[in-house]
Write a protein that binds this ligand. Structure first.
Ligand SMILES: O=C(O)CC1=CCC(=O)O1
Length: 94
């Protein structure tokens, strides 16, 4: 199943900078691991915002839920999830 996920990152003003840099580094490792596994198919920055739009290819909503809650930056995100299905006019196979 394909899901579009918007993630907005909100950094608490009182969060220690070193702690935040470490969290970002851990997030990057996990995001790249999921991309290599084919689960996180697209990751796009929304220009001008500390936010991204991503496409996930997972078995079901439960797998997406587990992935999202396991992200190191999840506690600092607001998220919006949209389920996708194939458009009848699409020419791409996937
Ligand atoms: O920077 C972001 O949009 C949050 C994020 C998701 C994956 C990653 O590496 O950073």
């Amino acid at each position: 199943m394909l899901f579009m996920v918007r993630m907005d990152v909100h950094v608490p003003r009182d969060l220690d900078q070193d702690t935040f840099e470490a969290l970002k580094a851990t997030e990057k490792v996990r995001a790249q691991e999921l991309q290599r596994a084919g689960k996180w198919r697209h990751l796009w920055r929304i220009a001008g915002q500390y936010a991204n739009v991503s496409i996930f290819d997972v078995a079901d909503a439960g797998e997406l839920h587990d992935i999202m809650l396991g992200l190191p930056l999840f506690p600092f995100m607001t998220t919006e999830v949209t389920a996708l299905c194939r458009h009848p006019s699409a020419i791409a196979d996937d």
